[in-house]
Each structure stands twice: as C-alpha cells, then as structure tokens.
Design a protein around this ligand. Structure first.
Ligand code: ADP
Length: 467
C-alpha cells in the first residue's frame, strides 16, 4: 500500500499550484482574444448572448458529431421548458469517407422524412421567414466567420471528406436542403459547448447569470459570455453587440506545460497518443484519457515491490493481456472503482477481474485498496484541474464581484461530470481554495441536458433575433 500511496501522491495538485494555473489560464485567455494563432483559440461564435428562459417557438436541430445523425424538433414553451421529438440514424460508413454531395444529400433525406412525419403542414411554406429555422451542431473543427457560416478546417473521428475542407459547411447543408425544396433555413452553426451554455441558460433558475457551458465527456471544452470590448481580434465593424459567446477550445490550455502537472503516467500517455504535445489539459481531465492514465499507473505498480505489502508487487506482478493493451480502459472503470464504499471493496474486486482481466492477489484487501487509491487520486486531480478553467473565467468576468448577491450558473454536460462520483463536489472544493467559500457558495451547476438539440434550437432563435 505504501507504493500505491506514493503513486497517488504524484497526482496531488495543491492549492498553490491551482492558483498559479488560474493566473496562467487568464493570461492565455487574453492572448487568445487578441491573436488568432494562439494554442487556446478563443473562437468568437457570433452568438451575442444567452437566452433568458422566456423564448418561444418551434425550431429544428441537426447534430452530426460521431457515428449518429440526429434530427430534432424542439418546441420552446417560454417558461424554461420544452418538448422535443427526434429521430436518430446511423451514418453509413461509406458516407463518412465519400463526397460532400453524398453526405449532405443523405442528411437532407433524413431531414425530409422527419419533416414529413412531424411538420407535414410546413411543406406548403414558400416564404423564407415562415420556414423552419434549423440549428446545426457540427462537432468538427471549423473557422466560424458568422453565426451561420463556418469553413471546415479538417475532419476527425473517422470522417474524411476532402472536398469539404475549406468549404462553408452551412452552405453545403443549405444547398442539399434546397435541392429537395425543403421548407428549412439553416440559421446557426453551433459548437456543442455553446449548445450546453444555451440549453442551461434557458432552463437555469431565475436570478442566476449563466456564464459558462462546459463539457467533460470524451473531451473537454468550454464556452462563455465575454464582453465584446475584450475580443480584440474582431474588427471594430463587427462589434455590434455588447457581449459575445466565445468557444475557448480549452482542451489545448497550457500545451507549453508551464503549470500543468506531468507524472510519468501522463508522459507515457502523451507519447502513445495520436497528437503528442497537444490537448495537454484535455489529456488530464477527459473521459478519453483517464482510463489510460490509470492503466499506466497500475502497470507501474505491478512492477514495483511494495514494502507495505511485504515486498510484493500489485497483482503479484502479473499484468493481464487487457491491462497491457493501450487505451483499453474506459473512464467508467474509474467511476465504478472510486465509488465503492463497501468494507470488502466487492465492486473494486469485480471490476478488476472483469475489466482489468486480473485475478492474482485479489484475496488481499490491500490490493483492492491500492487500486482504489490510485483511481480516486486520478479522478480527484481531473476535478481539481477542471476548476482552473472555471475559476479563471469566473474571476475574469467579475460577475461574482459586481454585487455581493450576484449568482453565477455553469451548465455542464458529459459522462465524466455526470457519472464520476463527487466530481462536482471536488471541483467546488478546488474553487473554494481559489475564490473563497463565499463566492463558491454563489455558484450553481446544472446539467445541460440535450445541448445539441435544445441548445442548437436556441442558437437558431438567437441568430434570427440578431439579424
Ligand atoms: P461525448 O463527450 O462523446 O458526447 P460522453 O459525455 O458520454 O459523450 O463521454 C464519453 C466518455 O465518457 C468516454 O470517454 C468514457 O470513457 C466516459 N464515460 C462513460 N461512462 C462513464 C462513467 N460512468 N463515468 C465516467 N466516465 C464515463
């Protein structure tokens, strides 16, 4: 156990480190707002503000982010609630690596059958202003130049459609829709973090100011409301609103590694990743990576002799095939291990057997305790690191300082924040260390359910209002 404690201690991130990192985050935010070529890109989204909860109307939302395509229709009831109907379909493999014409024709077909089923009456509509307005969540890197304009920079996640690179993705979609004479206008191009911010702002309790939308899922990223006067990289002519939502791309925070911690396990993960040296913040926080950090740390324990276990190594030094397979562990494994409060750590044992494929040494409770110690240390560090971005944005905004009673809300989404045990509480503890207990007490967190549906619908609505 001593050896496991030593490894767990390597994942400590102290109050002092937190405070230094928050200062660095603010420095990189400012740089990103000035220049276009910074690591933390700070992308203006051309969405000028968040909704108030009183918005009304019916909108469409389209989401292509991974293997599925989702078409929804959202009816906003004007009281923070909504009705949603959706249809989901798998995107055929061939479409993911074909031509943009094929992919977008396929998408338009799905939209058509959705409208036939749910909005048949709209088919008679020929006036653009009465057409269905659509918010398009497109979770690939784009260079956005207007609320409804964005050029594809590159494809990720198994997609590769070369003829679409450098082309406005809204235009591609609108052309395919028009080719079928559908009564649909693509009103907004939406990043998933912006969707989370908008969806939560619509539903958030009255009297709180929605400031941040944050994703802690496969990856991590956040969007927030910035004062336009700070967005130096936008030309004056484009300054028409007092505020604008910024997509930070914070996964790339501190790629230079000035303030982020680096254990041997982090370094091993980075070397084995497809993009060494990039997304260094994300690699310490998000669901795609925590399992691998854990695997690296556990493997190191199977080769170290532990004086606390009579000189034995973890699992008697036996690593399974599964344990030796890079990126084989999901973050849900850490959630299950960390959650177990039972005296005999029965769940830990089960997960180690089933997910890690190990059976040696499990009769000793110390083995299970060692595994849990390491798992909890990694989850706790991820939560504390997440607080860096939140503290930096909150303090830069001045919103908790402007009045002693102001309340700030953060919309969150993603399996890590939703399912990792006590994730929010650990984030809050870190925020208390930086901002103090009084300010932390005026923060609310809320799950931004269905950001890519409701959030995109709200972006379409806000885009209409802005015109
Ligand atoms: P996405 O971010 O792709 O929209 P999710 O929010 O579901 O989707 O995130 C998926 C990630 O969450 C995966 O990387 C997975 O490792 C992690 N994950 C899945 N289940 C859990 C869980 N119970 N606890 C913590 N992390 C989880």
């Amino acid at each position: 156990l001593e050896e496991a404690q030593r490894v767990a201690d390597e994942f400590e991130f102290t109050s002092e480190q937190l405070k230094t990192a928050v200062v660095e985050f603010r420095r990189l935010m400012d740089l990103g707002l000035k220049n276009n070529d910074e690591a933390m890109t700070m992308i203006p989204t051309f969405v000028s503000d968040v909704p108030t909860g009183t918005e009304k109307g019916t909108f469409l939302a389209l989401d292509i982010g991974g293997t599925n395509l989702r078409v929804c229709s959202i009816h906003l009831q004007g009281d923070g609630t909504f009705h949603l109907v959706q249809s989901k379909s798998a995107i055929p493999k061939a479409m993911m690596i074909g031509s943009s014409h094929d992919l977008f024709s396929f998408i338009a077909e799905r939209i058509e059958s959705f409208i036939r089923e749910h909005h048949e009456d709209k088919f008679d509509c020929t006036e653009p202003e009465h057409m269905l307005q659509l918010g398009f969540t497109f979770s690939f890197p784009v260079n956005q130049t207007a609320v409804n304009k964005g050029v594809v920079l590159r494809w990720t996640k198994g997609f590769n459609i070369p003829d679409a690179v450098g082309v406005d993705v809204v235009d591609l979609l609108q052309r395919a829709i028009d080719a079928k004479s559908l009564p649909v206008k693509v009103a907004a191009l939406v990043n998933d973090t912006v969707g989370a911010l908008m969806a939560r702002a619509y539903a958030a309790p009255k009297g709180t100011e929605s400031l941040i939308g944050a994703i802690f899922g496969t990856g991590t990223n956040g969007a927030y409301v910035e004062n336009m006067e700070n967005v130096h990289k936008l030309e004056k002519a484009e300054h028409q609103t007092p505020t604008m939502v910024i997509n930070t791309e914070w996964g790339a925070f501190d790629n230079a590694m000035r303030v982020l911690p680096a254990t041997p396990y982090d370094n091993a993960l980075d070397h084995a990743s497809v993009n060494p040296g990039y997304q260094m913040y994300e690699k310490r926080i998000s669901g795609m990576f925590l399992g691998e950090i854990f695997r690296q740390a556990i493997i190191s324990l199977t080769t170290a002799s532990d004086p606390g276990m009579g000189g034995a190594s973890l699992f008697n030094g036996e690593a399974s095939k599964q344990l030796n397979l890079p990126f084989s562990l999901d973050t849900s494994v850490l959630s299950a291990i960390s959650e177990d409060e039972s005296p005999d750590l029965a769940t830990v044992k089960k997960v180690v057997q089933e997910q890690l494929g190990v059976s040696a040494g499990l009769e000793a409770i110390e083995t299970l305790q060692a595994v849990q110690l390491v798992s909890r240390a990694i989850g706790r560090r991820a939560a504390r690191l997440s607080a860096i971005a939140l503290c930096a944005i909150i303090s830069a905004s001045g919103r908790l300082s402007s009045s002693p009673t102001s309340k700030v809300d953060i919309g969150v989404d993603g399996s890590v924040v939703e399912f990792y045990p006590n994730f929010e509480e650990m984030v809050r503890e870190a925020i208390r260390e930086v901002l103090g207990e009084e300010k932390e007490g005026r923060l609310t967190f809320g799950l931004a359910k269905d950001g890519s549906g409701v959030g995109a619908a709200l972006c379409a609505l806000m885009a209409r209002k802005q015109q």
